[in-house]
Design a protein around this ligand. Structure first.
Ligand code: NAD
Length: 353
């Protein structure tokens, strides 16, 4: 078969390596900035203050108010601090929630963003911003949203609790699995997706046994960069639609929802994208759905939607919402098949295929 594709590489600067947090000041200066506002959640405030101390004179303040779902009111509070301090860049230290706050500021101001990720969510390498206003979630894609510089330092992830490492890793892997059958996939996104899945398949079981294994932490963060880059490059499908539906309408936890749904959506789509998923299936014993479910079970991931307090009536609503304005998907969907897939995920049943 001859190849047809279109490809645009990301302009972001990636700096990867244990100890590279010490390079944040250098990269602020290289970006031509002089007044960095360091962002974090309240839980990582001490880490943000320590980083600010290390950066030294180039810091103008710390805002430790980032929260899940990026409510607009929090962005507005942070924007006040940006104005008061005269910040000319933000340094986002944390997971997708903190990165999201930095993105929301950059979307409004075009300030330079430097991200120092501490989870595997992958938001740092995408031009996508999800935010919540008056209880409604919206998603925007814009060049201003893509962070300019990402500094990956795996030593900052040694303290990421094992349960969060597992679900955050599976969240990242979901970007890669959907990237493999994306309509607009290209040879580079496929290489990144496979390499990212390989990195997580190898590292997550080690992290569960030995959370501060430096090689496994480095491999997992490398996987996060690759899987996040896939999310930033190609379109996502049914899996992301269902997870957004569950998170948006039923407030289920982000990474955990991805972890539960991934084996089910992968098995569902394998029926239509078997060849695209063959190589990835080999990392998980030859079947993508069942293999991912076994992998998730072995590393202690949540396996059922029931664990998040959803009821079967919620599944009826979720199935209806998920088929409204559906994303492109390799396998045609209908309400009945999605309802049945959700039932399997709710019960925590091992998918066939
Ligand atoms: P998170 O950023 O919400 O972090 C969860 C909690 O863990 C926070 O309290 C955080 O401070 C803490 N934490 C983070 N790293 C830690 C560490 N190393 N040690 C100890 N605690 C740590 O979680 P997340 O899963 O990274 O991000 C989820 C959010 O990101 C969701 O809102 C999701 O929609 C968004 N997201 C966006 C994109 C995108 O491209 N726009 C991609 C992926 C995720």
């Amino acid at each position: 078969m001859t190849r047809t594709f279109s490809y645009a590489g990301s302009p972001a600067q990636i700096v990867f390596g244990a100890g590279s947090r010490s390079k944040v000041a250098e990269w602020i200066a290289r970006a031509g900035c002089k007044r960095a506002l360091v962002l974090s959640t309240v839980y990582q405030k001490a880490d943000a203050e320590a980083l600010a101390q290390e950066i030294g004179d180039l810091v103008c303040g710390v805002f430790a108010g980032a929260v899940m779902h990026k409510p607009v009111e929090v962005t507005e509070a942070a924007m006040k601090v940006v104005a008061e301090t005269g910040a000319d860049c933000v340094v986002s230290l944390g997971g997708g929630s903190t990165t999201g706050l930095g993105k929301a500021i950059a979307y409004r101001t075009d300030l330079t963003q430097i991200v120092v990720p501490t989870t595997y969510a992958g938001s740092e390498v995408t031009p996508i911003l999800g935010q919540t206003e008056a209880g409604r979630k919206t998603t925007v894609r814009d060049a201003r949203i893509l962070p300019e510089i990402v500094i990956y330092d795996a030593s900052l992830t040694h303290g990421l609790p094992v349960a969060m490492s597992v679900t955050s890793g599976l969240n990242a892997m979901a970007h890669a699995v959907e990237g493999l059958y994306a309509k607009d996939r290209n040879p580079i996104s496929t290489l990144m997706a496979l390499e990212g899945l390989r990195a997580f398949a190898k590292s997550l079981p080690v992290i569960v046994r030995t959370p501060d294994d430096a090689t496994a932490r480095s491999d997992a963060l490398y996987g996060a960069w690759l899987c996040g880059s896939v999310l930033g490059t190609v379109g996502m499908a049914l899996h992301h639609k269902i997870c957004h539906t569950l998170g948006g309408s039923f407030d289920t936890p982000h990474a955990e929802t991805h972890a539960v749904m991934l084996p089910h959506t992968a098995a569902f789509n394998a029926a239509a994208a078997a060849s695209e998923l063959t190589e990835a299936s080999d990392f998980f014993g030859g079947s993508i759905g069942g293999g991912l479910w076994d992998f998730a079970k072995d590393i202690g991931a949540p396996l059922s939607l029931r664990e998040f307090g959803l009821t079967e009536v919620d599944l009826d609503h979720a199935a209806s919402i998920a088929v409204e304005n559906p994303y492109w998907n390799p396998r045609p969907i209908d309400r009945e098949s999605i309802r049945s897939l959700l039932q399997d995920a709710w019960e925590g049943r091992r998918p066939a295929g």
